[in-house]
Design a protein around this ligand. Structure first.
Ligand code: SF4
Length: 239
């Protein structure tokens, strides 16, 4: 499997751990606020892209960094659109690393298999909007009814697993009122962690968002307060 890029060390992508971050190419969604637009489309078979890394190079890198890194984060794009992902993760786990997966939840079948095989230590799943098809479609840019079914199945699955799980929403005034954020928290009632991420209007997939003013820190704090009755912990990021 080829990855579009490798961040050799991050202190923020896996809470409490020093992690390398792998970015995969391709995504089934087209979230207008996506900051990784260059990763959304997979290159053609013969297209070489700068910074790409293959799984063998990755494993050599991880051997070299043993003792300095705790974990590997698989991010994207959407990593689970790649059927080879479970095998790569297995090899990373065999090398002794913790594994975190960042996902939009569109592939609960792969998620089920990864969990059953004990290949994941942490999953961060995006929840783009309240679990209403029209709202979710607006915030995702592109969403088939099957994708929407899968998102809900992935939430149900992650609500029952023992590994570390966070649900997270990038909060955008165009699509999220405080009531919408509270509705998401209600949907994931009992979750251990819900993160509200500040929206950054720069470098978005839809350049029309550049004029949208993000919520203030105080407004996000008020949304966090509305969520607290439903989830164990709420965090605000990137403010
Ligand atoms: S799920 Fe949305 S934000 Fe994440 S990579 Fe795909 S388009 Fe970008």
């Amino acid at each position: 499997m080829k990855f579009a890029g490798l961040l050799k060390q991050s202190l923020t992508d896996y809470p409490g751990k020093i992690a390398a971050v792998l970015f995969s190419r391709g995504c089934n969604l087209r979230c207008p606020f996506c900051h990784n637009a260059h990763l959304l489309v997979r290159p053609g078979r013969n297209d070489a892209a700068a910074g790409e890394i293959e799984d063998l190079e990755l494993l050599a890198f991880l051997q070299e960094r043993r003792g300095f890194l705790d974990a590997v984060v698989f991010s994207g794009g959407e990593p689970t659109i790649n059927p080879e992902l479970p095998e790569v993760i297995r090899r990373v786990k065999d090398a002794g690393y913790l594994v975190k997966l960042d996902t939009n939840g569109h592939n609960p079948l792969m998620l089920t298999k990864l969990l059953a095989d004990n290949l994941l230590d942490y999953v961060a799943m995006d929840i783009k909007a309240p679990l209403d098809y029209k709202k979710y479609l607006e915030a995702s840019g592109r969403l088939s009814p099957k994708d929407f079914f899968n998102v809900r199945a992935a939430i149900n699955l992650l609500q029952t697993t023992a590994i570390e799980v966070e649900f997270r929403t990038t909060v955008i005034p165009l699509w999220h009122s405080p009531e919408d954020i509270a509705a998401i928290a209600r949907y994931i009632e009992g979750a251990r962690l819900y993160c509200l991420q500040q929206f950054n209007p720069r470098t978005t997939f839809d350049s029309g968002l550049s004029s949208v003013k993000p919520y203030s820190k105080e407004e996000l704090m008020e949304m966090a307060r509305l969520c607290r009755p439903y989830v164990d912990s709420v965090r605000i990021r990137n403010v």
